[in-house]
Write a protein that binds this ligand. Sequence first.
Ligand code: SAH
Length: 293
Amino acid sequence: MTFAATVLTLYPEMFPGPLGVSLAGRALAEGKWSMDAVQLRDFAADKHRTVDDTPAGGGAGMVLRVDVLAKAVDFARGRSGSEILPELGSGRGTAAEGSGGGEGGVDAPPTPFGRSPSPSELGQDFRIPVIALTPRGKPLTQERVRELAAGPGVILLCGRFEGFDERIFEGRDVEEVSVGDIVLSGGECAALMLLDACIRLLPGVMGAALSGHEESFENGLLEYPHYTRPAEWEGRMIPEVLRSGDHAKIAEWRKRRSEDDTRLRRPDLWERHIGARVQSASGAQREVQDLKK
Ligand code: SAH
C-alpha cells in the first residue's frame, strides 16, 4: 500500500518542495509514497475565493473559515476513503464520509446524527488521519510518526494568518499537532517536517534498513554522538574507546553517553525514560508475585 499524503494549503506550490529530492524524492518517483497538494481556495464559496474572515471578538489578523476548511477536509477524506478502504477490505463497511450503516458495518454501533462512526467508536482506525498543524496542538513525537508511517497516509491541514476556526477540530474529528514551541508563519513547513519524518520510515526508503533503529527517541533517549576520520582534527581526538575495536566496551560507552546526554540536555525525556523503566520493573515484579501465588 502506498503512503498517501494529501496537503490542504493556500500554497500548493510549496509541495513536494524539499521532499522532491534525496531519499524522499527518489521514493516519491518510485511510487513508495504519493503527494497531492490541494488548494484551499478551491473550496471557497464566493467569486473572490475568500477563505478567511475577521476574528470574532475583534483583534488583529484573519481566521480560516470553518465552512471552507470542512469542505476541503470532506473532499480529501472522501477521496482517500474510496482509494484506501477497498485495500483494507474485510467487508466491514466503509468508514468514509456519508451515513454509515449498510450490512457491512455489523459491529459498528449506531451513531447520532447519521454521521459515520468515528475511529474510536469502531475500535479500529479505518480512516486516514486528518491532522491540523498548529502551535496549540499536541507536540509531535517519534512514536506518533511511527504510527502514522505504519498507516495508509495522512491528510494535513496547513494554517495561515491567525490560524483555524476552532470548530473544525471537533466538527471533523481533526487531530491538532504542533512541531515545537515556536510560531511559524504557516503550517506548510510543519507539514513538510511531519511528512519527512514519516517517509524515511516507509519500507524500502532508507538504504541501510538498520540505520533507523538506534536513533534518537527510538528508545526514549537521545542517540550517542558520532565521529569519523580524521582521528585527530585541530588537536581534537576521536574518543579512544571508539578506536579500540572492543565492541563490548564501545557498546557500553555509547549506552552511557546516550543516558548522560539525555539526562543533561533533555531532563524531560530522562524523567519519562526513568518513569517507564520503574513502571516496567514493577510490572515485572507483579508478574513474579502472581506466578508465586
Ligand atoms: N495565532 C496562532 C499562530 C498562527 S501561525 C497562535 O498563536 O497559536 C499560522 C499558522 O502556522 C498556524 O495556523 C499553523 O498552521 C502554522 N504553525 C505555526 N506554528 C506552528 C507550530 N509550532 N506547529 C505547527 N504549525 C504551526
